[in-house]
Design a protein around this ligand. Structure first.
Ligand SMILES: [Zn+2]
Length: 188
């Protein structure tokens, strides 16, 4: 809620970056951040994550995945053993999912409503979540990871330290971006 308010304040949402006619290049997300006087370099990953989280922005999502793949690759440098490229994508996707939905993933059984209908058409609290959200645990992280790389749970646990490091790196970036907005908002 607070983030939405902050982003709206700087009208990031209102900036049109879709391809324009007349040969003029579209504004990149980096340019949009710059256009409202914020510093992109604070954390490109953090800015992109906010665009994904608050605006559900597809362009930002694609860019963020690329950034995260690079970072995951860097973190895997000292990892012992082999791994497929898909592991990097699984790591990136899971870290993004968690960092952009800090209070839990939207429940796939009730689509986030927290209510389901039983066979007598009675409305009941959804048995799969709490208020429409599924909290992040090692189990739910695995469920997410396995959508890209369906390895056994024991194998997932080998990747877990990297996933934690990657998630931390991304949420630090998110915090840095939010602090930059707050600082500017304070100065304004
Ligand atoms: Zn549910």
């Amino acid at each position: 809620m607070r983030i939405e308010k902050i982003l709206n304040k700087f009208t990031i949402k209102g900036i049109d970056y879709s391809p324009r006619t007349g040969g003029k290049a579209a504004m990149t997300i980096e340019e949009q951040i710059g256009a409202v006087g914020l510093c992109w370099k604070v954390s490109p990953a953090g800015w992109l994550l906010l665009f994904v989280e608050v605006l559900n922005d597809e362009v930002a999502k694609r860019q963020l995945i690329q950034v995260m793949l690079g970072e995951a690759n860097r973190m895997m440098q000292n990892w012992r053993g082999t791994y497929p490229d898909k592991a990097l994508l699984a790591l990136a996707n899971t870290a993004i999912a968690e960092s952009s939905q800090l209070f839990g993933a939207i429940c796939p059984e009730c689509n986030g409503s927290g209510k389901t209908t039983n066979k007598h058409r009675m409305t009941r609290n959804c048995p799969a979540c709490k208020d429409g959200r599924v909290a992040w645990t090692n189990e739910t992280r695995f469920a997410h990871f396995a959508q890209v790389l369906p390895v056994p749970y024991s194998r997932f646990n080998r990747y877990k330290p990297i996933l934690e490091e990657l998630g931390q790196w991304l949420s630090d970036g998110r915090t840095a971006a939010l602090l930059a907005i707050e600082r500017q908002s304070f100065a304004a």
